[in-house]
Design a protein around this ligand. Structure first.
Ligand code: C2E
Ligand code: CA
Ligand code: CA
Ligand code: CA
Length: 274
């Protein structure tokens, strides 16, 4: 389309009303989805490299739309972010994770769970108070919660540092997600009270050909006293190499896709027996 400017303009002219209409449509569908609780969390297990034991799980949202089917987060999270609907959706996520931890506790199970925050949520004025309220209401040990933010969300490093310190004081764990793909000032990274560095899956996909970047990230993270998590671990070769490279925690389809809460509990109990 770049070599055909006229065509491009025409494209936008003819499609603009349709596009705007469909954004409004999705927005109102999302509002309804919040009211009717059409969201669901799936959980992806994270495995300790050394012991093979389950370390925790990451909560990943899906939208079970009656008309659209199962909508993946990459499709609706950006729109939720744009419209501000991410605030109530994000709050639902935190509360649902709290409910999951509480119901596991009743079954004698304890598992740390990671929550993804979006940028608007992260910079929301009363974020820390809201998280604290939910944890208190459900009587959850804060150290069972890991908050994941991406590197690019911390672009305003001074502002991010204040929030990260407040979260840390609350007792939750902190992770930098998709590490290596965004802008990051290593100088600030050193000051961030981060527990986990999650190596972006694009580096893991490449790792059999080129391990230089992953090697460097692992070295850097360990020097800063962080634990390293590899995402997108899909094969046995990945596992073996990442073990050799001293990566602490592994997450990916090789172990499990994101699964329902019930399947997670099954996964946990069958893991415990071995
Ligand atoms: P992410 O946080 O980087 O999550 C990892 C994504 O990689 C997930 O996609 C997961 O299903 C997928 N994945 C895991 N293992 C493998 C693997 O071995 N191979 C491959 N190819 N993919 C793997 P998903 O669930 O579609 O989520 C996409 C993104 O949506 C997430 O990326 C995250 O940025 C966002 N997201 C998900 N849940 C939430 C949420 O509750 N709140 C917010 N704000 N964002 C969320
Ligand atoms: Ca994540
Ligand atoms: Ca990630
Ligand atoms: Ca990502």
């Amino acid at each position: 389309a770049k070599n055909n400017e006229r065509g491009t303009i025409q494209f936008y002219q003819t499609n603009l009303p349709v596009q705007m209409d469909s954004i409004l449509e999705v927005e109102s569908a999302l509002r309804k989805a919040i009211e009717q609780e059409e969201f669901i969390l799936h959980y992806q297990p994270q495995i300790e490299t050394k012991t093979g034991r389950i370390h925790g799980a990451e909560a990943l949202i899906r939208w079970e739309s009656p008309t659209r089917g199962l909508v993946p987060p990459n499709v609706f999270i950006p729109l939720a972010e744009e419209t501000g609907l991410i605030i109530p959706i994000g709050e639902w996520v935190i509360e649902e994770v709290a409910r999951t931890i509480r119901s596991m506790k009743k079954q004698g199970l304890e598992l740390p769970i990671s929550i993804n925050l979006s940028i608007r949520q992260f910079y929301q004025r009363d974020l820390v108070e809201r998280i604290e309220m939910i944890l208190t209401r459900y009587d959850i040990d804060p150290s069972l919660i890991t908050i994941e933010i991406t590197e690019s969300m911390a672009m305003d490093a001074a502002k991010a540092l204040v929030i990260l310190k407040e979260l840390k004081a609350l007792g939750v764990k902190l992770a930098i997600d998709d590490f290596g793909t965004g802008y990051s000032s290593l100088n600030y990274l050193k000051q961030f009270p981060i527990d986990y560095l999650k190596i972006d899956q694009s580096f893991i996909f490449d790792i059999l050909d080129d391990r230089a970047i992953t090697d460097s990230i692992i070295l850097l993270g360990h020097r800063l006293n962080m634990s390293l998590v590899a995402e997108g671990v899909e094969t046995k070769a990945h596992v073996e190499l990442l073990r050799e490279m001293n990566c602490d925690i592994l997450q990916g389809y090789y172990f499990s896709k994101p699964i329902s809460k019930e399947a997670l509990i099954d996964f946990l109990t069958s893991f415990d027996q071995t």
